[in-house]
Design a protein around this ligand. Structure first.
Ligand code: GLN
Length: 275
């Protein structure tokens, strides 16, 4: 028999100490406070074997969020599986800007294109209970995860399967948000850190030798036909794509085209409105 404190110590020899603690807490079903207050609590052989399997996955480089099947976004917990991108803190900027753009509307119509795990759509629904929120994704596996997250947070979000605007017909919205794949196909980052474990279709447009903007071009290209008068489009993009995205939004006839910087002072979201 092994105590939770010994299990933590042993796991810390193989992976990061904080990751080890979170895995022990997850397997033992306990909190950090429990671990400190009752370090001698024993783990059954079954639970130890489960912990060992999770530690092995983390040691192989699989991101902690997939091993835990959970990630935090905007102070909320969401389920994540390898069917979806792990939420990034910079995407919280997209949520904050979205809130600002619809704050004067009583029941804004909002669509999140390429919703993945649904974190943006679900968070917006929780922040704006009166909003009518639609979330679109081309991946049935991603939409399943988004459904679990919407139910888990009791957020009434309409989930539609399809490619960008295709399931929306000629519907128009007060706000279109998207955190699309934008990493260019030959970016070495795709082969670093945990990125090889994430769905490549959520990271890159897959255009060999391209600029990573293929999906953003499609999204920007639908603004005039899917925004209501005065409606806003907000798109998250790569660290070096702000000027190119502003050009695409201008070309679509949008006004007040602007880019906003994330907490690392990188221009991360660009948008414009239809007048
Ligand atoms: N910002 C993410 C990264 O650096 C990419 C997210 C995306 O492609 N939408 O990996």
């Amino acid at each position: 028999m092994t105590s939770i404190a010994e299990a933590w110590r042993a796991a810390s020899q193989r992976i990061d100490r904080l990751d080890a603690r979170l895995l022990v807490e997850s397997v033992a079903g306990c909190t950090h406070a429990d671990l400190i207050a009752h370090p001698t609590r024993l783990l059954s052989a079954d639970l130890l074997a489960r912990l060992d399997a999770l530690v092995k996955r983390r040691a192989s480089g699989e991101p902690l969020a997939y091993v835990l099947r959970s990630a935090a976004f905007y102070g909320l917990e969401f389920m994540v599986t390898p069917a979806v991108l792990i939420p990034r803190p910079e995407t919280e900027l997209l949520v904050e800007l979205a809130m600002e753009k619809v704050r004067l509307l009583s029941a804004p119509r909002i669509v999140d294109l390429g919703t993945g795990s649904g974190v943006v759509a679900v968070t917006l629904k929780l922040l704006l209970p009166e909003a009518m929120i639609t979330a679109v994704d081309v991946s049935p596996g991603a939409l399943d995860v988004a459904r679990v997250n919407a139910r888990g947070h009791t957020a009434d979000v309409r989930l539609l399967l399809g490619d960008w605007y295709s399931p929306l017909g000629d519907e128009r919205f007060d706000l279109i948000v998207a955190n699309p794949p934008y990493v260019s196909d030959d970016d070495p980052h795709l082969r670093q850190n945990g990125l090889p474990f994430e769905p490549q279709m959520a990271l890159t447009d897959g255009v060999v030798g391209g600029d990573g903007l293929a999906c953003i071009r499609l999204i920007a290209g639908g603004a005039a036909s899917h925004l209501l008068p005065g409606g806003w489009m907000l798109i998250e993009h790569g660290y070096d794509q702000a000027a190119a995205v502003r050009d695409l939004l201008h070309a679509e006839g949008l006004r007040e085209v602007t880019s906003w910087a994330d907490l690392s002072r990188v221009e991360r979201v660009s948008g414009g409105c239809l007048r």
